[in-house]
Every structure is written in C-alpha cells, then in structure tokens.
Design a protein around this ligand. Structure first.
Ligand code: ADP
Ligand code: MG
Length: 254
C-alpha cells in the first residue's frame, strides 16, 4: 500500500516538475518521522526544498547563458586596497535599483583596479535577483554586429543585445573604432536607452572617448550618461599587488 502511494507521489511530482520531491521522497519522509513533524511543517519543508533547488538551477542556467568570464562577488573584493573608492557607492549599485530603473553604471579607471571584477559582481547579483544578463567586451560586440550586418542580419543581432535586462560592456575604449563601427555602437546604445541597463568598464575617462568613437562620441555619451552611476577607481593595480610586495621585501633585504 505504502509502496503504491510513494510510487504515485514520485510520478505526480515528476509530472509537476518537482524533481527534488521525486528523488528524495524517502529521505524527506524519514526526516518528518524522526522529528515528528506536523502536516504544515512537512508541506513547508517539501515546498521550500523544491523551491531552493529550482532557484539554484535557475541561477546556474542564468550564469551560464550570461557568458561571464568568471564568478566573482563583492565579498571577494578587498575595498581596503582602494581607499579612494567609497564602498557605499558600489554597495548601492549592488542593490540593483539602477537595473530596476533601466539606468546605466560605468566603472572607470586604469588596468587592474577591479573594474571587470565589480562589473561581474553586479551582474552576478542581477542574475541572482532574476534579471537576465549578457556579458561581452565592446570589441567583441562590434565584431558580432559587423559580421551580422555583412550578411543582412543586423536587426536580429541588435535585438540579441537588446534582450537582456543587463548588458555588460567590458573594456570600452581599448581600441579606436572605425566610423561604421562607432555607428553600430551608437545604434545599440540608443536602442537600449531607457529600455535596459548597461554596465560598462573603461580605462579611458569620458573626455578621452572621442579617440574611440570619433564624431559619434557626443551622441553616444548623451544617451549613455543621461541616467548613469559613474564610479571612478583611481588607485594601484591589484594585479601588481604581490609583485610590489615582493619588490619591497627585496629592497628591504638589500
Ligand atoms: P580591471 O578590469 O580594472 O583591469 P580586474 O577586475 O580584471 O581589473 O582585476 C584584476 C584581478 O585582480 C582580478 O583577478 C580581480 O578579481 C582582482 N582584483 C582587483 N581588485 C581587487 C580588489 N580590490 N580585491 C580583490 N581582488 C581584486
Ligand atoms: Mg577589465
């Protein structure tokens, strides 16, 4: 009799897309037995565990499709290494109010200060909160848009970059763009304007963006900066941290 019921529960759970219940029914029931759980507590346990597992699966999927280069959070970021950076400003961004408002965030500064790290941390937080995210470097996006344009598929490629709630554009300004390339970036940015967030990183101040975008620069900045939190990180490169420490030790030893 019990066997019949458990088989039926497993079957129904599978049809209801509750794989955790289907796979762990016995363990859940013995936990309930052991602790003499009431009906409500048991139901609560089953639903909570199913939901937690589904959330985990959703987040794993969201992270995979976001194409983020790695998984980093703000907890991994050592703010004491960048004393000029106000942690509150970054933590405010991590509340994702800017994503809700379809505004942008820009992280500016020299190499190695953690711009990509913070952009990824914000994007991970966005994934967790249920927003869709896509991560790309600016140059890669330009390459993709150009290739699509060459075969008459620009509209659908633009749509691809318009879809996610958060588009991370890493490394804006590393290479100057040709006029048609800058125009593609302009199209993307003006289409996303007030429709979805952009989180960008750049090693160039906005005043130097003319070197990158040529005569499109004002049109691009106009849309990008209308609603934008700007965080400038002016400090030492974290990549050089250990090397600098090693050099100091060597110097001290001499
Ligand atoms: P950027 O994009 O500004 O060039 P990255 O974000 O790539 O710099 O940072 C370089 C490396 O140093 C990464 O591995 C990053 O996780 C790490 N890093 C940078 N700043 C910090 C920091 N303040 N605390 C911990 N790790 C950091
Ligand atoms: Mg970077």
């Amino acid at each position: 009799m019990t066997e019949l019921i458990t088989t039926r529960i497993r079957g129904t759970a599978a049809k209801l897309d509750m794989p955790h219940l289907a796979a762990h029914l016995d363990a859940l029931v013995s936990r309930a037995d052991d602790t003499q759980m009431g009906y409500l507590d048991f139901l609560d346990l089953v639903l909570e565990e199913e939901h937690a597992m589904r959330e985990e699966r959703r987040i794993r999927h969201a992270l995979r499709v976001s194409k983020m280069p790695h998984y980093k959070t703000l907890d991994d970021y050592d703010f004491s290494y960048q004393p000029e950076l106000d942690p509150r400003k970054v933590r405010d961004l991590a509340t994702l109010a800017f994503v809700e408002a379809k505004a942008n965030a820009a992280l500016l500064g020299p190499p190695g200060v953690g711009k990509t790290h913070i952009a990824v941390a914000l994007a991970v937080a966005a994934c967790r909160a249920g927003f869709t995210v896509y991560f790309t470097t600016l140059d890669d996006m330009v390459r993709q848009l150009k290739a699509a344009d060459a075969i008459g598929r620009l509209t659908s490629k633009l749509r691809f970059y318009l879809r996610p709630h958060v588009l991370v554009l890493d490394e804006v300004g590393y290479l100057p763009l040709a006029r048609d390339e800058a125009n593609l970036v302009f199209q993307l940015i003006s289409k996303r304007y007030e429709k979805g967030s952009i989180v960008l990183t750049s090693n160039k101040a906005f005043s130097e963006w003319g070197q990158v975008f040529g005569d499109k620069v004002l049109a691009i900045l106009d849309r990008l900066l209308h609603h934008c939190e700007v965080i400038a990180i002016n400090g030492p490169s974290y990549r050089l941290k250990n090397r600098i420490a090693a050099v100091k030790t060597e110097v001290a030893a001499v």
